[in-house]
Design a protein around this ligand. Structure first.
Ligand code: ADP
Length: 652
């Protein structure tokens, strides 16, 4: 040993003159490493560099310790290994070992001890020179990294490190379990090819954020080895590793949570849809403090709000109602539902609606036997209630009306009876009147005939024999008697229509017309009248009366002629149940305002001097037609002519 050190000194002295003893001492004193010499034979330290002070020891303190005392400061877990390594090094001459050494401050320091053994000429180890470096920091770092790696490995989250080019650098167990690929299948592979990620935003955007030092967090989709698509909650960070940048990605599978959320959301939507679907029913879910939790559209609409406006509001803040609030409280306390029918309610904010009526139920919703909310279901019955009242009113009115009607009906029956009596009386009086007219006209004939014949006698014998006045008087008596005779005859004919009734028989109207024309032969010729006719049918009726009817009409047509010679046409038409006849002329015509009256008895439009007559002819016609179940009417234009129509029933 002596030799070797001398050699060394000589060597240095020659080649490197600065390697002096003082320089060595300076190195020993200033080295951050602890340098020591241990005498193996003596089992004691012979040199301890001052840097041992980093462990709060003075070099002398250690130099004073026995080998055992020093070994005792080595961590028990490392001691055995240290002893065996030291003995190995004693053999080999060189070696290094890491172990924990207890400082004076009772803290273990990690040491990395490089040892060189100095041997004597026999090869027996004399000194162990130790060069100790404090590696506590490095060790702690390593341990923390180890712990971190373990944690990453243990994590249920999929944690991976990805290079900037997208190749996977690390892949934890969580990732293997989540995606189905093991480390061998993933390390060095492209993450994009493997997981087929779908980000909610462009990757370039995310990159920008990461480069500027941010952390990106969001939901993305990944594909597993067996083709399933997962929704993961991802977190990407750009970190420094081994002097280069790398993405650290942490992904947590939220597929199930997403599905559950979707199911919940769907159920919520479904519930709202179902609630809204009840268009007429009002459905509400309230919490136990009567705040609206859910409200269907029908209810919100009735209250004049939107669904969202109502949610969160308190029922009794909106509609203060002492009685109802008590009912609600009772349901919460008792946990039993209640039901009401046609319960009146006045909307304080909609007084114009008046009293509204509601069928409603309030049902408690329980969780662990505690009421957590209330289902409030309402159905408006206002309309029904009002209709019922309306119907009741109608029924009441109807009852009153029926009573009144009964009375009126009884009155009517009485009136009818009275009317019947009056008609009877009238019929009797009519009959009497007709009888009277007949008797009167009949009985008047005899005295009239006397007056008339003596007046004619007077005329014959004394005309021109008395004075002029007497002649005039005689003339008036004769004329008056004539007119009275006509009147009485016509009246008799009229009366006879009802009193002398003959059986109806077949009548050939052509024959009737011929008879009439021959009766009126003189007048027709005098007036140069032309009379034409349609083919005329055979009808059923009273032959005398039918001839009278036709003769009266043709007589009038001749009498009321215009400037031209009369042109008369008799028409006939088959109406099915009746025959319709018409007698038209080109005479003076009748003003429409008089057309109805001319069928009344004694009604005339002209003086006797203009057109002589009695005013009975058309009344006779009307009565005859009516006796044959027919009608008579006139169509006429003054100055142009008239047509008298009449119908005769075919069957009686
Ligand atoms: P009379 O012919 O005796 O006056 P009628 O009862 O036959 O009585 O007729 C009543 C009135 O009806 C007549 O006075 C006349 O004014 C009017 N009249 C009847 N027939 C015709 C006719 N064909 N044309 C114009 N006026 C007529």
């Amino acid at each position: 040993m002596e030799d070797s050190s001398n050699d060394f000194e000589q060597e240095k002295r020659e080649d490197e003159p600065h390697l002096t003893e003082s320089w060595f001492l300076s190195v020993l004193n200033n080295s951050p490493d602890v340098i020591y010499r241990f005498n193996i034979q003596k089992g004691r330290y012979e040199y301890m560099s001052p840097s041992i002070r980093t462990l709060n020891f003075e070099p002398e303190e250690l130099l004073a310790m026995t080998n055992e005392e020093v070994l005792a400061r080595v961590h028990p877990d490392d001691r055995k290994q240290l002893i065996s390594t030291l003995s190995e090094i004693d053999d080999t001459g060189k070696g290094a070992i890491e172990y924990r050494f207890l400082g004076k401050d009772d803290v273990y320091y990690w040491w990395c001890n490089h040892l060189v053994v100095v041997k004597d000429n026999d090869g027996k180890p004399i000194y162990r020179d130790g060069f100790v470096r404090d590696i506590t920091d490095k060790k702690l770092k390593e341990a923390s990294l180890q712990r971190q790696a373990e944690l990453i490995e243990q994590s249920f989250d999929a944690i991976m490190e990805v290079k900037l080019d997208g190749t996977i650098e690390s892949w934890n167990r969580g990732a293997a379990e989540l995606y189905g690929y093991n480390q061998v299948e993933t390390i060095g592979k492209s993450i994009n090819k493997l997981l087929n990620p779908i980000f909610p935003v462009l990757w370039e955007k995310i990159q920008e954020e990461l480069v500027s030092g941010g952390i990106w967090e969001g939901e993305l989709k990944h594909q597993t080895k067996d083709g399933r698509v997962l929704t993961v909650s991802g977190r990407i960070q750009l970190i420094e590793k081994d002097q280069s940048k790398i993405y650290l990605e942490t992904n947590r599978d939220i597929t199930q949570r997403k599905i559950a959320e979707k199911v919940l959301e769907d159920e919520r939507d479904l519930l709202q849809d179902v609630m809204n679907g009840a268009k007429i029913s009002h459905l509400v879910y309230l919490d136990r403090d009567f705040n609206f939790v859910r409200v269907n559209e029908a209810y919100a609409k009735t209250c004049g709000y939107t669904v969202n406006e109502m949610i969160g509001k308190n029922h009794f803040d909106l509609y203060p109602h002492k009685e109802n609030e008590l009912i609600f409280k009772h349901v919460v306390e008792k946990g039993e539902s209640v039901e009401y029918h046609d319960k009146p309610f006045i909307f304080p904010d909609q007084p114009e609606r008046g009293i509204t009526y509601w069928d409603w139920t309030l049902t408690p919703v329980k969780s662990d036997d505690k009421v957590v909310g209330l289902i409030f279901s309402l159905f408006e019955t206002t309309e029904r209630k009002r209709s019922e009242e309306h119907i009741k009113n109608i029924l009441d009115n109807e009852k009153l009306l029926t009573e009144k009607l009964q009375i009126t009906n009884e009155d009517l029956i009485d009136t009818q009876k009275e009317l019947g009596l009056v008609i009877k009386k009238l019929e009797i009086s009519n009959k009497e009147l007709e009888q009277f007219a007949y008797v009167a006209s009949h009985d008047l004939q005899e005295p009239l005939r006397m007056v008339s014949s003596f007046a004619q006698l007077l005329e014959k014998r004394y005309k021109t024999k008395l004075d002029e006045d007497a002649d005039d008087y005689i003339y008036y008596i004769v004329e008056g008697a004539k007119r009275m005779k006509d009147l009485i005859e016509d009246l008799l004919t009229f009366s006879r229509l009802n009193t002398q009734i003959r059986e109806f028989e077949n009548i050939n109207m052509s024959n009737v017309l011929n008879n009439v024309l021959s009766n009126l032969h003189t007048s027709i010729e005098e007036m140069n009248a032309r009379i034409t006719n349609d083919p005329l049918p055979v009808i059923k009726g009273d032959p005398t009366q039918i001839m009278q009817l036709l003769q009266n009409l043709i007589t009038n047509a001749l009498k009321f002629h215009g400037r031209e010679p009369p042109k008369i046409h008799v028409s006939a038409a088959d109406l099915g149940g009746h025959w319709k006849f018409g007698v038209s002329d080109n005479g003076i015509g009748i003003d429409p305002s008089h057309q109805k009256q001319i069928f009344h008895l004694f009604k005339r439009l002209h003086s006797n001097s203009e057109y002589p007559g009695t005013g009975i002819g058309l009344s006779i016609c009307k009565r005859i037609v009516e006796r044959h179940n027919g009608k008579i009417w006139i169509e006429s234009e003054p100055g142009i002519g008239s047509t008298f129509y009449f119908t005769i029933a075919k069957e009686f």
